[in-house]
Design a protein. Structure first.
Length: 106
């Protein structure tokens, strides 16, 4: 892989992790993502939105085209991007959530 391709791979891996994490584990700006997740409910797409690892597989597909030119290379890069995002997710600590002591939503 050329230097430019390594840079593209690292940027793409971070982008796959970011998008997968946003869709699977965050509320999103103005709670947009959580509203979409709730609207999809228990449909197949709704279940997909609950699984970081499943999302990373599908989100990494267009990024593989960004990095590689040949189909076999794209296939390998596709899996590698999902794997890199999964490793990043494994080593990312869970966020700290502060809740009111009185149990009321403020």
């Amino acid at each position: 892989m050329k230097t430019n391709q390594w840079f593209r791979f690292m940027i793409a891996a971070l982008a796959v992790w970011r998008l997968s994490h946003l869709l699977a584990a965050e509320d999103g700006p103005w709670d947009v993502v959580v509203r979409i997740r709730r609207a999809l409910g228990t449909t197949n797409l709704g279940k997909l939105m609950d699984c970081f690892y499943c999302l990373s597989v599908w989100i990494s597909i267009p990024f593989a085209f960004f990095i590689a030119d040949w189909m076999l290379d794209r296939f390998v890069v596709w899996l590698a991007l999902s794997g890199a995002a999964s490793l990043a997710n494994k080593f990312t600590p869970e966020p700290v959530i502060f809740e009111p002591l009185d149990g009321k939503d403020h």
